[in-house]
Design a protein. Structure first.
Length: 244
């Protein structure tokens, strides 16, 4: 199963089996170690060190050549995470141009990239999400693509939409995130609960409070309780679950 890593806020979502995802520890403040100055080189024994490349991109320390190397990864989960991580390099004009060309599938400038995967839904969703976050305005094209997958049957696709809309921050999407958090797919549920934490604001906080009241006796309720404490600095109560 894929692992969706929201590197750009140093927040991770672990994709697990439907039986055990709700019982995992959930730490929305989990961070990665900083990059050491004496890291091994990106190219080591004729192999690309994708792990190091991903880390450098997440911390905004990669060159455009290293970004292009990272986008040759043949693992679609890793490739999706790299695209999300490119938000950390949004200041780089070449990265913005690269994202635009990936969106339009313009292969002429970067023939070495994993285009057979870039055109697939998981990576395409990541591209739409990342460009939407960077451009902020005139992003209807990207948001419409995200919205078109709101009810996607694939859990990884739907989880990406949830997180993308959370970062978009439109209160109108709280209802959708709440529905997903209350769904039967535990991976999507975990993503949606995290999304309501990312979104912030009173509406999202109250939605989490209502969900906690409904699920307080099961592992999902425990997860929501932890998220409320970490993201909103509140502890729910039966009298007023979202305002404590």
């Amino acid at each position: 199963m894929f692992k969706l890593i929201v590197i750009f806020l140093l927040l991770s979502l672990s994709a697990c089996s439907n039986d055990d995802v709700e019982t995992q520890n959930h730490d929305i403040s989990k961070t990665q170690l900083p990059i050491e100055q004496n890291e091994e080189p990106v190219i080591h024994k004729n192999n690309i060190n994708f792990e190091l490349l991903h880390k450098k991109i997440a911390y905004g320390k990669a060159s455009i050549a290293e970004v292009r190397q990272a986008l040759t990864d043949k693992d679609i989960g890793n490739l999706t995470n790299v695209v999300h991580a490119l938000y950390s390099m949004r200041w780089h004009r070449a990265v913005q141009n690269l994202l635009d060309d990936m969106w339009t599938t313009d292969t002429s400038q970067y023939p070495e990239l994993s285009w057979e995967l870039i055109g697939k839904t998981p990576v395409k969703l990541a591209i739409a999400s990342t460009i939407n976050r960077i451009k902020i305005i005139d992003t209807d094209e990207y948001k419409n693509y995200l919205y078109s997958h709101k009810e996607d049957e694939h859990e990884f696709h739907r989880a990406q939409v949830v997180i993308a809309l959370a970062f978009n921050g439109d209160p109108a999407d709280v209802e959708y995130l709440t529905t997903m958090a209350d769904s039967d797919n535990h991976y999507v549920t975990q993503s949606a609960i995290t999304g309501l934490a990312i979104m912030g604001g009173e509406t999202a906080k109250k939605a989490l409070g209502s969900l906690w009241k409904k699920h307080k006796e099961n592992p999902r309720g425990k997860l929501i309780e932890e998220v409320l404490k970490n993201a909103y600095d509140v502890e729910p109560s039966l009298n007023n679950p979202a305002d404590t």
